[in-house]
Design a protein around this ligand. Sequence first.
Ligand code: C5P
Length: 248
Amino acid sequence: MICPIESKADSPVIIALDFASPLEADPFLALWGGREKPFIKVGVQLFYAAGPVWVKELVEAGYSVFLDLKLHDIPHTVAGAVRSLTGLGVRLLTLHASGGRTMMEAAREAAEASSGPEPPRLLAVTQLTSTDDRMLNEELGISGSVRDSVLRLARLAHRSGIDGVVCSGEEAGWIKEQVSGEMLTVTPGIRLDGQERGDQKRVMTPEAAVHAGADLLVVGRPITRSADPVATYEAIVEQIKKGRGHRE
Ligand code: C5P
């Protein structure tokens, strides 16, 4: 099932605008010209450089915005951050599931109490796609596999009333089956066949990720560093249609 969050744009691709400032991001967005505005993700680098006013302007210009700030702090502070951010009108907002149940519930309650625009849907980050079993065990001292950790944190997020998770393509299928089919699965770590992985360790092609259970795909460098970003975006949308065909 495709989630209603994407109903505005008929594309489940979210472009990660991982640029240093609006001076780089604005000309990139202008490449879309008169085409339908893409769903975009603003992460910490750009948010810290550009600030909330710029994000609000994007929303007012008609962009669907995923604000990927990966909130993680004590419950009171995260709830306050959510209250500050709900006025921007963004569609999706991330927080770390490892902040625990009370923190996630406080964030949800703060979003629900918003009296402004429709509050963002909250997504939990379980384990970053740059994390592998060795890093989890040896560096972070967490036993078990990335898979175990992802499932445990996704269950916790679900019980805390969080709308969805950010997860690898492979994990999207497990989460749909083992946590809840209702959890929105948002998947970064997407690479076209033969492309550089960069720092991502758990990668999939767009077609394979959707086939595996991802509802929305976050794609950064494969589009932003492409010689023709609009053509690459459109090629990814085509691949997704094929992936959905296999899933249905
Ligand atoms: O350039 P690339 O396609 O690897 O970008 C992936 C985007 O998804 C980045 O903005 C990164 O911060 C984000 N992300 C991720 N892994 C997560 C959560 C978000 O790669 N678990």
